[in-house]
Design a protein around this ligand. Sequence first.
Ligand SMILES: N[C@H](CCC[C@H](N)C(=O)O)C(=O)O
Length: 280
Amino acid sequence: MNGAGNKITVLDLTDSDHIVSEDEARAIAVEPQTTFDQLMVLHAPRTEGTVALIRIYNTDGSLAEACGNGTRCVAWHLDETQGSQDTRLVETARGLLTITKPGNPLTYTVDMGTPRFAWDEIPLSEPFQDTRFIELHVGPAGDPILSSPAVVNMGNPHAVFWVDDTASIGLDKIGPMLEHHPLFPQRANISIVQVVDRQTLVMRTWERGAGLTLACGSAACAAAVSAARLRRAERHVTVHQPGGTLQIEWADNDHVLMTGPVEHERDVMLTDAIFTSVAA
Ligand SMILES: N[C@H](CCC[C@H](N)C(=O)O)C(=O)O
């Protein structure tokens, strides 16, 4: 599937006890038919009231706590396999997430929970009082290419840099450097964001463990919340990414609501060969 262009593979293991290993995730990622930015593995629910437990893998096999675009894809899969429902509760490493349907076909809203801003919750490796802009720059100190990002944890760690033109930055080169910067002990998702007006953001993201992607839901939430904290935008914004557009609302109860599309691309029967190839 894809969520606003973010490549998502949904693997339904609700009838199995198997836990996908990092090696297996990487093997699924290199198969053209099942390649992904994130692999969303569904397990039988373990918490009352939830319909599934989701484990989220990046292309490099690492686990992610949150994936907004993938969560919408999971909702579509559950609608198809369990029957359509207006509201669903799923469990991820980030906690319990509510998914609703705003009414348009193939569109879902995920309550992404509340953002966290304390330096040790991001986490950063050293204290910063004010995480709306931290000391970090790329390029010459007097004339940096990027500087003073906002940092926020949306379940997963994000750094948000403000730019005049998202196309003018070589995110493919700078992204990996910042993802692995010593300031981010758990690495970080790196976004460059242009504030077009108080209701509109344009952005691109280098994702932790996955690289450049066409869209990243949690990064859109991180950008929206960061722009609102700096009073650069309203709490309800439209976020344009290379693969599609999301609506993000930082509601008065502090929860961040992400609304966007899903697209089903193909069904693939995953053979045991992929697992035995890893075991061999
Ligand atoms: N594409 C995802 C984010 C994946 C998270 C991941 N790259 C990490 O935190 O390691 C999204 O729509 O939110």
